[in-house]
Structure formats: structure tokens, C-alpha cells
Write a protein that binds this ligand. Structure first.
Ligand SMILES: [Zn+2]
Length: 543
């Protein structure tokens, strides 16, 4: 009997506990596979090459029962929830990053999500980060023991000759007593422990972007995965509460960054005004809390819609400045934007301005952001006005911004409307809503009843029951005829609206109860899983 309880998810990566008979493991883990799966050596059909032609794969006779369950990109799924699945020869996939990603997605899309993934003879201190990032959880010592036999000293940064054992790079018991085998195994366990920390902190992407630099195949795998946007986006949480580090070129293609731009250019509805000011970003988030943005807002005095031009997100409307990742990203600031960055971000601005026409667009920018605004304006054939060309926070620039807006009418500040359109894809009538609280901790009420609050960690709106009544559709999770006690579990869910992502605010609807809460799984996975938490419940109302 096996059982896999997922504790924490970060994209495809997970931590959790895996039970096989008497053995209990905290995943991700590396173990002696002889102890874990004693009869694996003698089972046939468990080692089908990944690159074998589909017709040949069908001819293998596979063991019909027992753990682990062999899965292969060219075979129909044979696994059930809580199984341990094994992809034999996964180390060979590193030789062709495009195949790695094609095979991975083919396997992930057909295999139940609540399965533990075993990659035999694959894990090294230098690649286990990307194996976990790809959704593998269980490893063995075969690959590091082979390195030992070859006289190689393994580190997360790569291999060295065994003389490195005494060089002071590592001071583990293996190195102290000159045992290369022990060092290599400990180095793998240490790296798995580190990867686990990063998953638990929702920051595995940061580690992968950093680690992969020393291996071209790993960089290629990361990039190929990013090009598979619909697949990656579905597995990524809608929000995190920590910092999103956008320190590499790959950050531009990160699915969470692209999802933000997609929603700004499709769902988001700007306020009713025909004057816009393009502003630079600030290091401090949300921008409104920075010195520079206080000055900009003073000069603008509500007479224009404020749009922040920034890398890697593209365009952040003022109302969305708290929402993940707009309120959370950190980038190295040099003032210089490279050609790819300019092209991607100009593309976002073009999509936005083709959808939303303004009578006047005033660029209060400098450097890369100014260049991008000009590129976008040229592509759309719209004229830009300039209130400065450098030093946007200087008095001269701020005065110019103020006077260029002379005679323009003050627009209604409606942060709630913009946020609802972005988060729930709804054009909410906000007439009669009132606001209290101290930015960014805001509460919205209607007829003296609270309808929404802002989660200051993620920047997302949290609707109350009355708030959900204002949102006519979407983000509903339908449950069976029962009253949830605590969280809603997967087996209790009858239906979930498509498009729900891990971390989304959802409304639980049942015959006997309603609940507000936060999705723990994307809707597609709720429907494909057999167990686990579907919704972390905040409040329950009996009907
Ligand atoms: Zn060592």
C-alpha cells in the first residue's frame, strides 16, 4: 500500500509524505531503491528507453501490479492516485532538452496528480533542483554512486576530480575521512534538503534560475518549459506573498509574469477617462508608498489614469499595484533595457493601447521605459506627449507634469473596479461602495456591509459572502450535499469553474452550505485527483 500526501506545492514541485508499507518518507527524498522497492531488479518491462519508437513501446510486456508503476510518454496511463510512478532512463532526457519537455508534459498531462514521481538513477547534486522543478519527488543513489566509481567529486555546481575531497570545498564526514562515496551521497541529500526549503518558501524558481547557469541543457529545459505557457500557467499559484526575484533574462518569460500581462491586456477594465500618464516604477512596492510616486501623484492630482511602465511586467495600472506580482517583484536596476526586454514590453503596451484608446497619453519617463513607450506609440500610430525626457522626479519635471494636466478633470479613484476586473473578470458596478482602512490595508463596504478586503500579503481581493453576491459568475466550487467541517476535500467537490488556480479566492456552493475560501488546487487538478484539500475554507454559512 502506498500513500502520497502533498504538503506544499510550488509549480510542478511538491513536498509531502510518501508511505510505502512500513516506510514513511518526506519527499523530495533520495533512498536506496533496493530497500524501497526490493523486487524492482527482477521485474521485466520496467526499463523501456524513452526514445523507443511508439510502435516498439507497445510490445513491451509490463508488470501488471506492484510499485512503482512504470509510465512512459508513449503508453496510456496505468497509474492511480497515491501510486508511486517511475520514469525509467529519465537521465537520458537531459541529452535533448526539447524531448525532456515534450516527454514531461505528455506524462504529466495523463498521470493523476496525487502520485509520487520516481526518477531512477538520475539525481545528482547538480541536477536535482531541475528534477524537482519538473515534478519528480523520489530519487536513489545510483547516479552519485556511479560518479564515485568514476572518481568524481559531486557538488551542486558540477563535478571535480576526487582530489577536491581534501580541498576544503566541503567539510562533510565523507570529506573529513576521505570517503568519496559518502561525500557524494551527502552532497545529494544536502541539495535535496535545500530544494525542499526553497519549495516550502515558494521560491524554487529563484534557485533553478541560479543553479542552471552552469549547464546549458538545464538552461534550455527552463526556457523550453517557459514556452509551454498554457501548461506551466495552469500549475502556478495565482499569488505568493514573498518577493519575486526577476534577476535573469528568463524572468521575462516566466509564466506568472506573462499571466499578469495577459490579464492586464484582456480582463482588466480601466477607469472612464481619456487621459493617461505613463510613469516609471519604483524599487519600493507598492509604488504608492515610495517617495517618487508620492510626488507623481501630487503633481497629477487625480487628473489622469496612472500607468506604470516596468520590466518585466510591462504595464501596471495604478489600481493593480498591490496585486501579485506587481507588488512583489524585485529587479536589478541599471536604467538599461536590452533589445528583447524592450520588444516584449513594447508588445504589451501595444496590446493595451489597441484595446483602450486615450485622447492624451503623457509620457513622464526616462531611459528604457521611455524608449519602450516610444516604440509602442510608433507601432500603434498614436502620438505621445512628454512631460520630461530625464529625471522624472526633478522639480522641473513635476511642474511640467502638473501644468500639462491643467484644465483636465479629476477622475474618480476606483481601485476596486480595476482589481475586480483583473481578478474575477467581472465589470463590477461599484456605485455606493465606501472605503475604509489605511493603504494598502483596505476594506470596501456597500450599505454598511463589508464586501471586499485586500489581502496585504498577496494583494488579492477577498470577497465576503455579500461580496460574492456582487460577482455574478466564475470562481465557484460546487460541493455535494454536506456541511464542510473545516477545509473542503477533493472527494466532496462535484464541479469547479474552469480557470481557478492554486491560491484563487473562491466561493464554495452547496445545497446545505456556502463557504468563502482559497483554492488549494487548480480546478483541472481537483477534477483529476482523488484526495487532498481542494479549498482552504475561511467562513462557512449553513443554509
Ligand atoms: Zn563532503
Amino acid at each position: 500500500m502506498t500513500r502520497f500526501n502533498i504538503k506544499k506545492r510550488d509549480g510542478l514541485a511538491r513536498t509531502g509524505t510518501f508511505q510505502a508499507g512500513e516506510t514513511m518518507l518526506n519527499l523530495p527524498a533520495a533512498v536506496d531503491c533496493e530497500t524501497m522497492f526490493p523486487d524492482l531488479d527482477s521485474r521485466s518491462g520496467t526499463n523501456i528507453p524513452l526514445c523507443a519508437p511508439p510502435a516498439l513501446v507497445q510490445h513491451y510486456s509490463l508488470p501488471d501490479k506492484g510499485q512503482p508503476v512504470t509510465i512512459h510518454p508513449h503508453l496510456d496511463n496505468r497509474a492511480q492516485g497515491s501510486d508511486c510512478v517511475m520514469v525509467a532512463g529519465w537521465h537520458t532526457a537531459f541529452q535533448n532538452p526539447r524531448n525532456y519537455v515534450d516527454w514531461l508534459i505528455a506524462l504529466k498531462e495523463k498521470t493523476p496528480v496525487d502520485t509520487a514521481w520516481y526518477a531512477p538513477a538520475s539525481a545528482l547534486p547538480a541536477n536535482v533542483h531541475i528534477l524537482c522543478y519538473s515534478g519528480f519527488d523520489l530519487f536513489d543513489f545510483k547516479a552519485v554512486d556511479l560518479k564515485t566509481a568514476q572518481g568524481l567529486f559531486c557538488t551542486p555546481e558540477g563535478d571535480f576530480t576526487k582530489e577536491a575531497t581534501k580541498s576544503g570545498i566541503c567539510t562533510c564526514p565523507g570529506c573529513q575521512e576521505n570517503g568519496l562515496k559518502l561525500h557524494n551521497r551527502l552532497a545529494l541529500l544536502r541539495e535535496i534538503a535545500l530544494v525542499t526549503r526553497f519549495i516550502e518558501d515558494s521560491r524554487l524558481r529563484d534557485l533553478v534560475e541560479s543553479r542552471c547557469r552552469l549547464d546549458a541543457a538545464q538552461v534550455a529545459i527552463l526556457r523550453h518549459l517557459d514556452t509551454r505557457y498554457p501548461f506551466m500557467e495552469q500549475h502556478l499559484p495565482i499569488a505568493r506573498s514573498g518577493v519575486m526575484r526577476a534577476n535573469s533574462g528568463e524572468s521575462l518569460q516566466r509564466a506568472e509574469v506573462r499571466r499578469f500581462a495577459e490579464r492586464v491586456t484582456s480582463r482588466y477594465i480601466p477607469p472612464k477617462t481619456d487621459v493617461a500618464v505613463l510613469l516609471p516604477c519604483s524599487a519600493k512596492k507598492p509604488y504608492s508608498l515610495s517617495q517618487s510616486h508620492r510626488k507623481f501623484q501630487q503633481a497629477i492630482a487625480g487628473r489622469a489614469h496612472e500607468l506604470i511602465v516596468t520590466s518585466p511586467l510591462g504595464l501596471v495600472p495604478r489600481e493593480l499595484e498591490c496585486v501579485y506580482p506587481a507588488g512583489h517583484y524585485d529587479v536589478p536596476v541599471t536604467g538599461y533595457w536590452d533589445a528583447e526586454e524592450c520588444a516584449v514590453i513594447a508588445g504589451i503596451l501595444v496590446r493595451y493601447f489597441r484595446r483602450h484608446a486615450y485622447r492624451r497619453i503623457i509620457a513622464h519617463l526616462e531611459g528604457g521605459a521611455l524608449k519602450v513607450a516610444r516604440m509602442a506609440a510608433d507601432q500603434c500610430g498614436i502620438p505621445l506627449e512628454y512631460s520630461c525626457l530625464e529625471h522624472p522626479t526633478s522639480n522641473a519635471a513635476l511642474n511640467a507634469l502638473d501644468s500639462t494636466l491643467a484644465g483636465e478633470r479629476r477622475i474618480k479613484d476606483d481601485r476596486l473596479h480595476g482589481m475586480v476586473s483583473y481578478q474575477f473578470d467581472v465589470d463590477l458596478d461599484t456605485k455606493g461602495t465606501t472605503l475604509r482602512g489605511h493603504f494598502p490595508e483596505l476594506f470596501y463596504s456597500k450599505n454598511n456591509v463589508q464586501v471586499f478586503s485586500i489581502d496585504t500579503g498577496t494583494g488579492l481581493l477577498r470577497p465576503t459572502f455579500d461580496g460574492w453576491n456582487l460577482l455574478p459568475r466564475g470562481y465557484r466550487v460546487y460541493i455535494d450535499d454536506f456541511i464542510p467541517e473545516g477545509d473542503v476535500l477533493v472527494p466532496g467537490v462535484v464541479k469547479a469553474d474552469p480557470g481557478i488556480r492554486d491560491g484563487d479566492e473562491v466561493f464554495v456552493v452547496g445545497a446545505r452550505a456556502q463557504a468563502t475560501g482559497r483554492a488549494a488546487l487548480p480546478s483541472e487538478e481537483v477534477l483529476r485527483s482523488r484526495r487532498g484539500v481542494a479549498v482552504h475554507v475561511r467562513k462557512i454559512k449553513r443554509l
